[in-house]
Design a protein around this ligand. Structure first.
Ligand SMILES: [Fe+2]
Length: 210
C-alpha cells in the first residue's frame, strides 16, 4: 500500500528561494549576486520563523490592522517601495552624482525594509501577545527591530540592517543614512499617495492621517 503522506511534498522540499525570487522580482535589480542571495536568504529565514509560507500571505498593511490596502498583499508594498526608491536614487544619481548613492543598498534595503512584518503580523504570535501583553508586550518586538535581527543573522551588510531598523519612526532617534532616507521617503510616499487616492480602507486610517 502506498502511504499518502509519503507522496505529499514536505516543507523542506519547497524551493523557498526560487519562490522569493518569483514573489519579489526586484531582487534582480541588485547587481551583486552575493547580495541578491543574502536578501533571498533573509526572506527565507523570516518566513521559516513565522506561520507564513509566502510573502503574499502577509496582509497589505503598514502595521497590523492599520493602513490596510483595499486590494493586494504585502508583495505589492515591498515591490512598490523598492521601485519608488530606485527611481528616486536614479534621478538623484543622474543630477547629483557626487551623492554617490549605493544603488544596491537602496534595492536591498527596499526589499528588506519590512522583512520583520513576517514576525509582527504573524496571527499566531498576535493571538499570544493579545492574551499575555503584560508579560510579552504587544507586539513583543516591532517589525523594524526584528527585521534588523533577520538581516544581521543572515550576514546582510549593516547598511541594509540599518534600513530595516530605522526606515520607520525608530529612525527619528538616530541619523538615517542617505540610502535609508531614500527608502524612508519612498515608504511614506507609497502610503500617502494611496491614501489620497482612496485606496486605503477608511476604518484602518489613524485619526491623525485622516
Ligand atoms: Fe514599508
Amino acid at each position: 500500500m502506498t502511504d499518502p503522506e509519503k507522496s505529499m511534498p514536505k516543507p523542506e522540499q519547497v524551493d523557498r528561494a526560487a519562490q522569493i525570487r518569483e514573489e519579489l522580482p526586484e531582487v534582480a535589480e541588485i547587481r551583486d549576486p552575493a547580495l541578491q542571495d543574502l536578501v533571498v536568504a533573509a526572506w527565507c529565514l523570516a518566513l521559516a520563523q513565522s506561520s507564513f509560507r509566502s510573502v503574499r500571505e502577509i496582509p497589505p498593511a503598514g502595521n497590523p490592522g492599520i493602513m490596510v490596502l483595499k486590494r493586494g498583499d504585502q508583495t505589492d508594498h515591498i515591490r512598490g517601495v523598492t521601485r519608488l526608491a530606485l527611481k528616486l536614487a536614479d534621478d538623484f544619481a543622474e543630477h547629483y552624482p557626487e551623492l554617490e548613492i549605493d544603488r544596491d543598498i537602496v534595492a536591498a534595503g527596499g526589499l528588506c525594509h519590512d522583512i520583520g512584518k513576517a514576525w509582527e503580523f504573524d496571527p499566531e504570535r498576535r493571538r499570544r501577545w493579545e492574551a499575555s501583553s503584560r508579560r510579552t508586550g504587544r507586539p513583543s518586538i516591532r517589525h523594524p527591530a526584528y527585521g534588523a535581527h533577520i538581516c544581521l543573522t543572515v550576514g546582510l551588510p549593516e547598511e541594509v540592517a540599518h534600513i530595516a531598523a530605522a526606515h520607520s519612526g525608530e529612525g527619528d532617534l538616530l541619523v538615517r543614512s542617505l540610502e535609508n532616507t531614500i527608502v524612508h521617503h519612498a515608504d511614506h510616499t507609497y502610503w500617502y499617495v494611496l491614501l489620497a487616492g482612496d485606496m486605503i480602507l477608511p476604518d484602518t486610517v489613524p485619526p491623525k492621517s485622516r
